[in-house]
Design a protein around this ligand. Structure first.
Ligand SMILES: NC(=O)c1ccc[n+]([C@@H]2O[C@H](COP(=O)([O-])OP(=O)(O)OC[C@H]3O[C@@H](n4cnc5c(N)ncnc54)[C@H](O)[C@@H]3O)[C@@H](O)[C@H]2O)c1
Length: 437
């Protein structure tokens, strides 16, 4: 046992600010409202349903995670956010078409009360969208200051003790790190000059981090994953997590691939295709936004299979990812995976997966979890990249000198060991010799 880390209590209200009140955000908010009223169970949420084993298997200690670490209670969450459309959260949830109308009607009052603040938006970064609820400013610095004013006003209006921000906005066009992202100084100069390498998502992330507010990125955009943001996060003590929530197909991929690798089965090809008909699908129909998503979706297999260590098994893996916008399906995505694998003596086999999933139903619990864990991290004095939250992301943020961990089971172990560490409990190594000595 080590001594526990000092964690400030989760007193008062936690404001969860969502940038982009679309399918994922409204499903998250409506879900939390329904759960608070006892109308539905929080399925898929580790913070609400998960347990954590402590000590030896013979001790029988497995408390619920939310009884083990001091997390904010769902009843203490207040939601707010920004969108380029003016409709309130009830109307936005109806547009998104994820939850049934009857279910939405039971939380209608709470949803109608959440009206989006005007957004920082520039169509250069999300080509397929156009909306009226957009801020005007003399440059990007001015826009960032306006977001900070929104944040402070929200905090005061709702008497929040603490805040967390999550980007649940659309996928922006593909961007690489540019000189303006090198430091806080270059970034602030870039804001002043409205540098085109600063997309809208970075304006929000900058505003949050400058206020010392934890920030998570549910989309694959570069956003907070640049040196300037990390420097700012270190300065203000803000934890950061991202990128791109690991839901549908990539979730399944990072469940199956570690299993094949564990048994040293080779993989020659992995073909993944999706049909998706929501607004996210429409945005991703633009090749520049798709490129951002494709990069995020493709990285997992390379890191899991480690072709440099196992060239005979994975060196020439052909990995193809497609997303097809198909409106009749709405949010109910269908993903197909064809995996061409090889076994003993090189004999070929195939595995086919057909996942009829609901994108935002898979995403909502992990928006809740990442917000609650980031708030915990902040109260525990942890700032910068929170690698222990890789569990939730398709392209986990990581220190430059290490590769990202994509294996879902290692990610879960890392997450739970971090919680044990915070509370001064023994880390679980799964060695287990002591039961047989
Ligand atoms: N649904 C999932 O399972 C899932 C999984 C992983 C990642 N994501 C990502 O999460 C994001 C949201 O997905 P969604 O299905 O809710 O999409 P959506 O299109 O329903 O919602 C996105 C919302 O963001 C708003 N928006 C765009 N730019 C904005 C800006 N600059 N400021 C404020 N609002 C802005 C849009 O108007 C829209 O309402 C997407 O980037 C998506 O790729 C979704």
């Amino acid at each position: 046992m080590t001594s526990p880390v000092q964690i400030a209590p989760a007193h008062g209200k936690l404001g969860v600010l969502l940038v982009g009140l679309g399918a994922v955000a409204t499903t998250t908010i409506a879900g939390v409202c329904a759960i608070r009223k006892g109308l539905a169970p929080p399925i898929g949420s580790l913070t609400q349903m998960g347990t954590i084993r402590l000590g030896k298997r013979t001790e029988g200690r497995s408390p619920k995670i939310n009884e083990f670490v001091p997390l904010a209670d769902l009843n203490d969450i207040v939601f707010g956010g920004w969108d380029i459309f003016e409709e309130d959260c009830y109307a936005a949830a109806r547009t998104a078409g994820v939850l049934e109308n009857g279910q939405l009607d039971r939380v209608r009052g709470e949803l109608e009360a959440i009206r989006p603040m005007p957004a920082v938006f520039d169509q250069r970064y999300v080509k397929r969208l156009h909306g009226p609820n957009v801020k005007k400013g003399k440059n990007k610095r001015d826009l960032a200051e306006q977001v900070i004013t929104d944040i402070r006003a929200f905090k005061e209006r709702h008497a929040c003790d603490r805040l967390v921000m999550v980007w649940t906005g659309s996928t922006e066009v593909y961007m690489k790190e540019a000189p303006v992202h090198a430091s806080v100084t270059t970034f602030e100069r870039g804001l002043e000059q409205s540098d085109e390498s600063i997309p809208s998502s970075m304006v929000y992330a900058y505003a949050a981090l400058r206020e010392g507010i934890p920030f998570a990125n549910a989309a694959p955009n570069l956003t907070a994953d640049v040196p300037a943001m990390l420097e700012l996060a270190a300065r203000t003590g803000a934890p950061v997590a991202g990128n791109d929530m690991k839901t549908g197909q990539t979730l399944i991929k990072t469940i199956i691939a570690p299993g094949l690798k564990a048994r040293l089965l080779g993989v020659r090809g992995w073909y993944s295709t999706n049909i998706l008909g929501n607004r996210d699908g429409e945005v991703l129909d633009d090749p520049e936004s798709f490129k951002t998503k494709e990069e995020s979706k493709k990285s997992a297999l390379d890191y899991i299979f480690q072709p440099h260590l196992y060239p005979e098994l994975y060196k020439d893996l052909c990995h193809v990812v497609r997303i097809n916008y198909y409106p009749p399906r709405g949010d109910n995505k269908e993903g197909w995976d064809n995996i061409d694998l090889i076994g003993w003596l090189g004999y070929p086999m195939q595995l086919k997966i057909n996942f009829l999933c609901r994108d935002s139903i898979l995403a909502a619990p992990i928006v809740v979890d990442s917000a609650l864990f980031l708030d915990l991290a902040k109260r525990a004095g942890m700032s910068g990249i929170q690698e222990w939250l890789s569990f939730y992301f398709k392209a986990p943020m990581h220190a430059r000198e290490v590769y990202p961990e994509h294996d879902l089971f290692i990610q879960l172990m890392k997450l739970k060991n971090t919680l044990r560490h915070l509370q001064g409990e023994e880390l679980i190594t799964h060695l287990g010799r002591e039961y047989y000595d």
